[in-house]
Design a binder for this molecule. Sequence first.
Ligand code: MG
Length: 159
Amino acid sequence: MTSRVGFGYDSHTFGARRPLRLAGVEIPHESGLTGHSDGDALAHAVTDALLGAAALGDIGQLFPDTDPRWQGADSLALLADVRQRVRAAGLRIVNVDATVITQRPKLAPHVPTMRARLAETLGIALAQVSVKAKTNEGMDAVGRGEGLQVFAVAALAGE
Ligand code: MG
């Protein structure tokens, strides 16, 4: 059996006139995240962690932001697509762990729902998905509330 690990990172700025959405969950906030798709940085970082673990490229190659097909795209649908690619490569997801860094809004109340949406989309158990949230202690652009960052890792197992 082989085991593989992948890393994903994403960042988006606030300021879009649409809901803030993370892992498909709408979170009350004065603005949403900018981006060609729905701006779901948590879904994007997890997608890139899975692609990295499988060495299948990255989200920008698979779903280019120059392609009108992905304008306003539901990022969980992109994640579900990558789940199928991982499976087709003979790999299964062992676990996913992500950290979202944002000064505001408070994400803790939404963590259980975000975990559930990711687990459902990936076809794995809740115990295989971790989402953590923290502030940037007021430092830098993230600390000023200009944007949000996500770091994620994923482990895969294969034959
Ligand atoms: Mg992104």
